[in-house]
Design a protein. Structure first.
Length: 356
């Protein structure tokens, strides 16, 4: 705490852990902590008149980002936006249809890449960065502000497929048939993401997270080419502009590729999915010397009760003595009872163990 006793930016626990510090109580935030499980989110979304309108209306996007902070006092707020604002800003319009998820007009060949124009992104990125500035003003000083983007591979799966899919077949097919063309798409996404994250940091983001939700469907050679290599370049180029801002990676489903990913990309923190064994999370923190984040099953948070309590305790004990950020292994789902989130936060905060 500062000499005046008020909490300040040096008290941002998430940043401490990302710099390798071990805290007696890990900082906690949850992926999709703002969202449909909260009545106040549903009300603001209705007021905005749609999901993308909500993302592009700074006052309302800031409001929904703050809602879970007010309710639960999380250690970090994540900018309310979506990974698909990047293709949307590049000119490949995205629509979110009620109950159906995102829809884009697919780009399936190299000639169609001319539809993506980096010169067009200013207005939409500007609106999102205005949300970031408002948040930095309105958040408690000790709350870390996380900016984000989607990883090139995961965003490419939507650009090429035109919607979400369980196997990302369209992008995999494009990448196998025309690796040079696919590389051009990946390069556009890397360069645009670096600019976008740089702007978020300028507006006040303390750290940035790169979501690679679909990293787990690739064989190892393609994992190296489309997940690790583009993320490594993204981190390297961003570091040239923002050397002190830590990046958190989230190669969901990476399994045994996670350690190599961390070492080759230079991320300072790594999100671990639900399937990652706690012993492997420990190994990641120790062998790679970075902060690990995760990995409670979002469906266990829906179920609640003793099973949730047991898993929280196991996670806290297993990660004790290592730089750990408490989180889920994937985003909160809409049917999560808000009281289970309160129970989770209380239980994590009650853990306060000084390292042996
Ligand atoms: O609270 C937060 O985590 C911040 C905001 C955030 C959203 N999406 C809001 C959102 C973040 C960080 C994301 C990332 C995102 N978006 C990812 C990567 C992380 C992950 O979940 O794997 C992906 C793959 C997307 C793409 C996306 N956005 C899909 C597939 C969908 C539809 C599925 C769904 O849950 O409806 C979205 C919509 C979306 N993004 C919602 C929210 C709160 C729901 C929209 C609504 O209100 O109807």
């Amino acid at each position: 705490m500062s000499s005046a006793g008020a909490k300040g930016q040096n008290d941002r626990k998430l940043l401490k852990v990302l710099s390798g510090e071990v805290l007696p109580t890990p900082p906690i935030w949850l992926m999709r902590q703002a969202g449909r499980y909260l009545a106040e989110y549903r009300a603001t979304r209705t007021e905005a008149g749609g999901f993308l309108k909500l993302c592009y209306t700074p006052a309302l996007a800031a409001e929904v980002t703050l809602q879970p902070i007010r309710r639960y006092g999380f250690d970090a707020a994540i900018l309310f936006s979506d990974i698909l604002v990047v293709p949307d800003a590049l000119g490949q319009s995205v629509a979110f249809l009620e109950g159906e998820g995102p829809k884009l007009e697919p780009i399936t060949s190299t000639v169609e890449l001319t539809r993506l124009d980096r010169g067009k992104t200013g207005e939409k990125f500007g609106l999102i960065c205005e949300t970031v500035s408002r948040l930095r003003q309105d958040l408690p000083k000790e709350t870390t502000l996380i900016g984000f983007c989607g990883a090139p591979w995961t965003v490419a799966t939507y650009v090429v497929g035109g919607e979400g899919s369980s196997d990302q077949a369209a992008a995999r097919r494009f990448a196998y048939r025309d690796p040079k063309g696919f590389q051009q798409l990946i390069d556009i996404l890397v360069d645009t993401s670096v600019d976008y994250l740089d702007q978020q940091i300028k507006a006040g983001a303390d750290t940035v997270m790169v979501f690679d939700s679909w990293a787990g469907t690739l064989p190892d050679r393609e994992f190296a080419a489309w997940v690790t290599a583009p993320t490594a370049r993204l981190v390297r180029d961003l570091k040239k502009r923002r050397p002190n801002v830590p990046v958190i990676g989230f190669p969901r489903g990476a399994g045994s590729n996670a350690l190599g990913f961390v070492k080759e990309t230079g991320v300072r923190g790594v999100g671990c999915d639900t399937a990652m064994p706690l012993k492997d999370m420990r190994t990641l923190a120790k062998d790679a010397g970075i902060a690990v984040q995760g990995n409670i099953d979002p469906l266990l948070l829906v179920a609640g009760g003793d099973a949730l309590d047991r898993r929280i305790d196991e996670t806290l004990e297993a990660m004790h003595g290592l730089p750990h950020i408490f989180n889920l292994g994937h985003g909160i789902v809409p049917d999560t009872p808000p009281e289970n989130v309160a129970r989770l936060v209380d239980r994590v905060r009650a853990f306060n163990k000084v390292s042996a």
